[in-house]
Design a protein around this ligand. Structure first.
Ligand SMILES: [Cu+2]
Length: 142
């Protein structure tokens, strides 16, 4: 009997550990993220910085490191797909972190076809549960 109890205890402990690691910051189910500008299909002049506007409803923005309920900071994904939702969003030229709580940013794009998408990350740069991301749009720089 003692053995059975200790097996149950170990099972419960490992269960709670895996739950703790899997727990992501909750987001409101009605959170809505969108790119306010540019529009999908927009043709943009080459050689000019592009101001990208972020739109967010039913959720707030907080700088990185600030753990406040129902908030996060923006990530602009350029020419890439959504990253895994259960780990930190990469930080590179395809994944821009707007960690100061910005709601717009300036980018420069080479001539050609590009995609833009927004993804919210929590104070630790991990996507929320459920993940909050915008539609992916395509822009043409010429
Ligand atoms: Cu981030």
């Amino acid at each position: 009997m003692d053995k059975l109890i200790s097996v149950v205890v170990v099972l419960m402990m490992s269960l709670s550990i895996s739950v703790a690691f899997a727990a992501r910051t909750p987001a409101p189910k009605n959170a809505y993220l969108y790119i306010g500008w540019p529009n999908d299909g927009e043709v943009l002049p080459a050689g000019k910085p592009i101001r990208v506007w972020f739109g967010l409803r039913n959720m707030g923005v907080a700088p990185k490191g600030v753990n406040k309920p129902n908030t996060g900071h923006h990530h602009l994904l350029i020419d890439t797909d959504l990253p895994p939702f259960d780990e930190e969003i990469p930080a590179d030229r395809n994944h821009l972190h707007l960690g100061a709580g910005q709601t717009e940013t300036m980018i420069e794009l080479e001539p050609g076809t590009h995609t833009l998408q927004l993804l919210m990350g929590d104070y630790n740069h991990v996507p929320h549960d459920p993940p909050v991301y915008s539609k992916k749009i395509t822009v043409y720089v010429k």
